[in-house]
Design a protein around this ligand. Structure first.
Ligand code: NI
Length: 246
Protein backbone atom coordinates (compact mmCIF):
# COMPACT_ATOMS: atom_id res chain seq x y z
CA UNK A 1 0.00 0.00 0.00
CA UNK A 2 1.48 3.34 -1.06
CA UNK A 3 0.73 6.64 0.64
CA UNK A 4 0.89 8.46 -2.68
CA UNK A 5 -1.79 6.18 -4.17
CA UNK A 6 -4.13 6.32 -1.15
CA UNK A 7 -6.88 8.73 -0.14
CA UNK A 8 -6.89 10.36 3.28
CA UNK A 9 -9.84 8.22 4.25
CA UNK A 10 -7.89 5.08 3.38
CA UNK A 11 -4.99 6.25 5.57
CA UNK A 12 -7.41 6.87 8.43
CA UNK A 13 -8.73 3.33 8.00
CA UNK A 14 -5.17 1.92 7.94
CA UNK A 15 -4.36 3.68 11.22
CA UNK A 16 -7.20 1.81 12.95
CA UNK A 17 -5.14 -1.37 12.73
CA UNK A 18 -1.52 -0.28 12.25
CA UNK A 19 0.79 2.51 13.37
CA UNK A 20 3.75 1.61 11.19
CA UNK A 21 5.06 3.07 7.95
CA UNK A 22 8.06 2.47 5.72
CA UNK A 23 9.98 5.43 4.31
CA UNK A 24 12.41 4.62 1.47
CA UNK A 25 15.48 6.87 1.43
CA UNK A 26 18.40 6.97 -0.99
CA UNK A 27 20.48 9.40 -2.97
CA UNK A 28 20.99 10.94 -6.38
CA UNK A 29 24.69 10.39 -7.09
CA UNK A 30 27.11 8.76 -9.50
CA UNK A 31 27.32 4.98 -9.39
CA UNK A 32 30.31 4.31 -11.63
CA UNK A 33 30.40 3.49 -15.36
CA UNK A 34 27.28 1.27 -15.57
CA UNK A 35 25.32 2.30 -12.45
CA UNK A 36 22.38 4.70 -12.64
CA UNK A 37 22.58 8.00 -10.74
CA UNK A 38 19.29 7.03 -9.08
CA UNK A 39 20.54 3.58 -7.98
CA UNK A 40 20.32 4.19 -4.22
CA UNK A 41 16.81 5.63 -4.18
CA UNK A 42 15.49 3.28 -6.89
CA UNK A 43 16.71 0.22 -4.97
CA UNK A 44 15.34 1.42 -1.62
CA UNK A 45 11.99 2.26 -3.22
CA UNK A 46 11.75 -1.06 -5.09
CA UNK A 47 12.34 -3.11 -1.93
CA UNK A 48 10.05 -0.89 0.17
CA UNK A 49 7.19 -1.22 -2.32
CA UNK A 50 7.79 -4.97 -2.43
CA UNK A 51 7.41 -5.15 1.35
CA UNK A 52 4.27 -3.00 1.15
CA UNK A 53 2.75 -5.37 -1.43
CA UNK A 54 3.77 -8.47 0.51
CA UNK A 55 2.48 -7.58 3.97
CA UNK A 56 0.11 -4.66 3.36
CA UNK A 57 2.04 -1.98 5.25
CA UNK A 58 2.00 1.62 4.12
CA UNK A 59 4.98 2.99 2.14
CA UNK A 60 5.68 6.74 2.08
CA UNK A 61 7.04 8.61 -0.96
CA UNK A 62 10.75 8.03 -1.49
CA UNK A 63 13.27 10.55 -0.19
CA UNK A 64 15.32 10.61 -3.37
CA UNK A 65 18.13 13.03 -2.50
CA UNK A 66 20.52 12.27 0.33
CA UNK A 67 23.82 13.39 1.81
CA UNK A 68 26.24 12.91 -1.07
CA UNK A 69 28.74 15.76 -0.84
CA UNK A 70 31.63 13.38 -1.59
CA UNK A 71 30.15 12.52 -5.01
CA UNK A 72 29.86 16.11 -6.27
CA UNK A 73 33.06 15.73 -8.32
CA UNK A 74 31.00 13.59 -10.74
CA UNK A 75 28.52 15.23 -13.09
CA UNK A 76 24.86 14.82 -12.19
CA UNK A 77 25.33 14.11 -8.48
CA UNK A 78 23.10 16.14 -6.14
CA UNK A 79 23.42 16.51 -2.37
CA UNK A 80 21.54 17.91 0.59
CA UNK A 81 23.61 19.44 3.37
CA UNK A 82 23.46 17.29 6.53
CA UNK A 83 21.45 20.06 8.21
CA UNK A 84 18.93 20.09 5.33
CA UNK A 85 18.51 16.32 5.35
CA UNK A 86 18.04 16.33 9.12
CA UNK A 87 15.31 18.95 8.71
CA UNK A 88 13.62 16.91 5.96
CA UNK A 89 13.64 13.70 8.02
CA UNK A 90 12.37 15.54 11.11
CA UNK A 91 9.54 17.24 9.23
CA UNK A 92 8.43 14.02 7.53
CA UNK A 93 8.40 12.08 10.83
CA UNK A 94 6.60 14.86 12.71
CA UNK A 95 3.97 15.21 9.96
CA UNK A 96 3.17 11.51 10.09
CA UNK A 97 3.36 11.39 13.90
CA UNK A 98 0.68 14.07 14.02
CA UNK A 99 -1.67 11.67 12.20
CA UNK A 100 -0.96 8.79 14.57
CA UNK A 101 1.98 6.93 13.03
CA UNK A 102 4.42 5.68 15.68
CA UNK A 103 6.88 3.29 13.99
CA UNK A 104 9.03 4.68 11.18
CA UNK A 105 11.19 2.18 9.31
CA UNK A 106 13.55 3.90 6.88
CA UNK A 107 14.73 1.47 4.21
CA UNK A 108 18.00 2.98 3.09
CA UNK A 109 20.08 2.71 -0.07
CA UNK A 110 23.00 5.01 0.73
CA UNK A 111 25.77 4.75 3.32
CA UNK A 112 26.35 8.51 3.29
CA UNK A 113 22.90 9.02 4.85
CA UNK A 114 23.59 7.04 8.01
CA UNK A 115 25.29 9.60 10.25
CA UNK A 116 22.89 12.39 9.27
CA UNK A 117 19.67 10.38 9.56
CA UNK A 118 20.80 8.90 12.88
CA UNK A 119 21.41 12.44 14.13
CA UNK A 120 17.92 13.42 12.89
CA UNK A 121 16.42 10.57 14.94
CA UNK A 122 18.36 11.80 17.99
CA UNK A 123 16.98 15.33 17.46
CA UNK A 124 13.46 13.87 17.56
CA UNK A 125 14.13 11.87 20.75
CA UNK A 126 16.02 14.75 22.38
CA UNK A 127 13.08 17.13 21.94
CA UNK A 128 10.80 14.57 23.61
CA UNK A 129 13.26 13.82 26.42
CA UNK A 130 13.91 17.49 27.17
CA UNK A 131 10.17 18.02 27.59
CA UNK A 132 10.04 15.02 29.92
CA UNK A 133 7.26 13.48 27.83
CA UNK A 134 6.22 9.93 27.06
CA UNK A 135 6.17 9.36 23.32
CA UNK A 136 5.46 6.29 21.22
CA UNK A 137 7.74 7.44 18.36
CA UNK A 138 10.37 4.91 17.28
CA UNK A 139 12.58 5.39 14.22
CA UNK A 140 14.83 2.80 12.67
CA UNK A 141 16.97 2.73 9.57
CA UNK A 142 18.33 -0.33 7.78
CA UNK A 143 20.03 -0.94 4.43
CA UNK A 144 17.83 -2.90 2.03
CA UNK A 145 20.80 -5.24 1.52
CA UNK A 146 21.75 -5.78 5.16
CA UNK A 147 19.36 -8.57 6.12
CA UNK A 148 20.68 -12.13 6.45
CA UNK A 149 19.19 -13.56 3.23
CA UNK A 150 20.27 -10.71 0.99
CA UNK A 151 23.73 -10.39 2.55
CA UNK A 152 24.40 -14.12 2.12
CA UNK A 153 23.20 -14.08 -1.49
CA UNK A 154 25.41 -11.10 -2.42
CA UNK A 155 28.39 -12.92 -0.87
CA UNK A 156 27.56 -16.05 -2.84
CA UNK A 157 27.16 -14.15 -6.13
CA UNK A 158 30.09 -11.74 -5.90
CA UNK A 159 32.26 -12.30 -2.81
CA UNK A 160 34.69 -9.43 -2.33
CA UNK A 161 33.97 -8.10 -5.84
CA UNK A 162 30.63 -6.76 -4.57
CA UNK A 163 32.60 -3.78 -3.18
CA UNK A 164 31.32 -0.83 -1.19
CA UNK A 165 30.17 1.74 -3.76
CA UNK A 166 28.55 1.09 -7.12
CA UNK A 167 28.33 -2.48 -5.86
CA UNK A 168 27.52 -5.37 -8.16
CA UNK A 169 24.45 -6.10 -6.04
CA UNK A 170 22.95 -2.63 -6.05
CA UNK A 171 23.49 -2.30 -9.81
CA UNK A 172 21.84 -5.71 -10.36
CA UNK A 173 18.78 -4.72 -8.32
CA UNK A 174 18.36 -1.48 -10.29
CA UNK A 175 18.72 -3.46 -13.55
CA UNK A 176 15.84 -5.71 -12.48
CA UNK A 177 13.70 -2.69 -11.47
CA UNK A 178 14.47 -0.58 -14.57
CA UNK A 179 15.40 -3.02 -17.37
CA UNK A 180 15.00 -0.37 -20.08
CA UNK A 181 17.86 1.62 -18.50
CA UNK A 182 20.53 -1.11 -18.32
CA UNK A 183 23.99 0.21 -19.25
CA UNK A 184 27.09 -1.68 -20.30
CA UNK A 185 30.67 -0.55 -19.71
CA UNK A 186 34.20 -1.93 -19.47
CA UNK A 187 35.63 -1.75 -15.94
CA UNK A 188 39.24 -0.62 -15.69
CA UNK A 189 40.66 -1.79 -13.39
CA UNK A 190 38.26 -4.72 -13.14
CA UNK A 191 37.96 -4.30 -9.37
CA UNK A 192 38.03 -0.67 -8.25
CA UNK A 193 40.38 0.55 -5.50
CA UNK A 194 39.24 -0.16 -1.97
CA UNK A 195 38.65 2.63 0.51
CA UNK A 196 40.70 3.82 3.45
CA UNK A 197 38.28 6.70 3.85
CA UNK A 198 37.90 10.02 2.02
CA UNK A 199 37.17 13.66 2.72
CA UNK A 200 35.61 16.10 0.26
CA UNK A 201 34.48 15.57 -3.33
CA UNK A 202 37.85 16.45 -4.93
CA UNK A 203 39.59 14.00 -2.60
CA UNK A 204 37.05 11.29 -3.45
CA UNK A 205 37.50 11.80 -7.19
CA UNK A 206 41.29 11.65 -6.85
CA UNK A 207 41.08 8.30 -5.03
CA UNK A 208 38.28 6.68 -7.04
CA UNK A 209 38.73 7.72 -10.68
CA UNK A 210 35.53 6.25 -12.16
CA UNK A 211 33.46 6.57 -8.98
CA UNK A 212 33.43 2.92 -7.86
CA UNK A 213 34.88 1.70 -4.56
CA UNK A 214 36.10 -1.89 -4.40
CA UNK A 215 33.50 -3.25 -6.81
CA UNK A 216 33.18 -4.99 -10.17
CA UNK A 217 29.65 -4.13 -11.32
CA UNK A 218 30.29 -5.70 -14.74
CA UNK A 219 29.19 -8.85 -12.86
CA UNK A 220 25.70 -7.38 -12.45
CA UNK A 221 22.62 -8.81 -14.14
CA UNK A 222 18.85 -8.37 -13.87
CA UNK A 223 18.60 -12.11 -13.06
CA UNK A 224 20.79 -11.53 -10.01
CA UNK A 225 18.65 -8.48 -9.27
CA UNK A 226 15.52 -10.60 -9.15
CA UNK A 227 17.07 -12.98 -6.63
CA UNK A 228 18.41 -10.11 -4.51
CA UNK A 229 14.97 -8.49 -4.61
CA UNK A 230 13.20 -11.61 -3.33
CA UNK A 231 15.75 -11.97 -0.52
CA UNK A 232 15.66 -8.29 0.46
CA UNK A 233 11.85 -8.13 0.52
CA UNK A 234 11.77 -11.19 2.77
CA UNK A 235 14.44 -9.69 5.08
CA UNK A 236 12.82 -6.27 5.31
CA UNK A 237 9.32 -7.69 5.83
CA UNK A 238 10.66 -9.69 8.77
CA UNK A 239 12.42 -6.62 10.17
CA UNK A 240 9.26 -4.51 9.81
CA UNK A 241 7.17 -7.11 11.63
CA UNK A 242 9.65 -7.30 14.53
CA UNK A 243 9.98 -3.52 14.71
CA UNK A 244 6.25 -2.80 14.72
CA UNK A 245 5.45 -5.63 17.16
CA UNK A 246 7.67 -4.09 19.85
NI1 NI B 1 24.71 3.12 -3.88
Amino acid sequence: MQLALSTWQEVEEYLRTSRGIIIPIGSTEQHGPNGLIGTDHLDAEFVAKGVGDKIGCLVAPTLTIGMSQHHLGFTGSVTLRPSTLMAVVGDVVHSLLRHGFERFLFINGHGGNVATVTAAFDEIYTAISLRGEQSPVRCKMQFWSAGPRCHALAQELYGDANGSHATAGEVSLAQYYQPHAIKHAQMSPKIAPRSNGFFDSADYRRRFADGRIGSDPSLSSPEHGERLYEAAVEDMAELYREFTAD
